[in-house]
Design a protein around this ligand. Structure first.
Ligand code: PDD
Length: 292
């Protein structure tokens, strides 16, 4: 398997960054995970827009790969050369503020950002989807800029490990009494005949899958029979929802059938989640199914 690192394609096992990389020392960087199906990237432009917004917000220099528009070409070459041109895969992209002697403040102007990409095959979790996933609720310990996709993921990692230790699929964060998002997913619920999800504020990552699912849900509001509202839920509301589901690049639409050991709705994946999943997959694979 290959890695692209700062202009070179390398054997991934041999690719290495300096111990003075600010990603290593401080978690000073941003990342993206983009889905590919049959070697084609899904919603690459939206991922690039989110990446550019993160770089600008954190004042990380734009790498030359971004200026030359070559990040998509690099991603496609990795998919090709790693033999990932059929089925599902992901491309991981990370940009850090670069290599410099350790100081908390920014390194000297002109320090080149570190650019790393690699591709991996993706085992889509269809078995879990068929049964529905279990989640736990846990306190959202994160900072005030959850809208930035930074490589600082300690609260997410600790939350996910709590979920794994409890035999659950995902940890859903609750701040005060507001459900924000999952450790690596966005959260939707059908409550009192409405489809709801936390608005895209600084409290959540504006997920690309969330965006696409919201678009599909709005386009097919009449067929689905549920109006869409970007209004957060409390943990009590989440527990009494008729349907709950998660969205992410690696999970698509994942129905939730159990929260902290209690059954959601009738305990099986709900119809809204199933239709939205079918419509999302249709978009990704270029087939014609709609959210009906
Ligand atoms: N995680 N919220 C958080 C905190 C995330 O880390 C992610 C994605 C999402 C969903 O975003 P998207 O639909 O753009 O994948 C929401 C990625 C997949 C990861 O860290 O592996």
């Amino acid at each position: 398997m290959l890695a692209y690192l700062n202009g070179e394609y390398l054997d991934r096992a041999r690719a290495a960054v300096s111990v003075e990389d600010r990603g290593f020392l401080f978690g000073d960087g941003v990342y993206e995970v983009t889905r590919a199906h049959d070697g084609r990237l899904f919603e690459a432009e939206r991922h690039l827009r989110r990446l550019e917004r993160g770089l600008a917000a954190l004042q990380i220099a734009r790498p030359r790969e971004l200026e030359s528009g070559s990040l998509i070409e690099i991603s496609e070459r990795l998919l090709r050369d790693d033999g990932l041109t059929s089925g599902d895969a992901t491309v991981y992209l990370q940009i850090t503020r670069g290599v410099a002697p350790r100081t908390h403040h920014f390194p000297p102007a002109g320090t080149s950002p570190t650019v790393y990409l690699s591709a991996s095959s993706l085992a889509v979790p269809d078995d879990t989807r068929a049964r529905g996933a279990a989640v736990i609720l846990t306190t959202d310990l994160r900072w005030e800029r959850c809208d930035l996709k930074t490589i600082n993921l300690l609260p997410n990692i600790v939350g996910k490990q709590q979920a794994v230790a409890a035999g659950a699929f995902e940890a859903v964060f609750v701040r005060g009494d507001v459900v924000t998002e999952g450790a690596s997913t966005n959260v939707f619920a059908v409550l009192d005949g409405e489809l709801r999800t936390h608005p895209a504020t600084h409290r959540i990552l504006p997920g690309i899958t969330r965006d696409v699912v919201l678009e599909i849900a709005r386009e097919s509001e009449r067929e689905l029979g549920v109006p869409v509202r970007e209004v957060s839920l409390t943990s009590v509301e989440l527990r009494r929802a008729s349907e709950v589901f998660l969205t992410s690049t690696t999970n698509d639409v994942m129905p939730v059938t159990c929260i902290d050991g209690a059954v959601v709705g009738n305990g099986t994946p709900g119809p809204i989640a199933r239709r939205l999943h079918a419509a999302l997959v249709a978009r990704m694979t270029g087939t014609a199914a709609a959210a009906r």
